[in-house]
Design a protein. Sequence first.
Length: 83
Amino acid sequence: MQINLKVGGLLGKHLPAGAQGNKATLDVGDEASVVDVIKQLGMPLEQRYLVILNGASVPTSARESTVVSAGDALSIMPPLKGG
């Protein structure tokens, strides 16, 4: 199945070939969780990301149990850093 993926900042380097800007359509397995998508992209799991699924924030504690569905919009943003 396919989901719509958007990433922020340097996370764009993890997007598959054919991505346009910071967006891509991604093929994922049935019953894939948010963590499965992060792993599929090769993003380090120890990083703190802002994850938004269909407009709602997904807390770290729910990412392994939150399953994506065909056509979902998933955004993964890097942590904000300030100085």
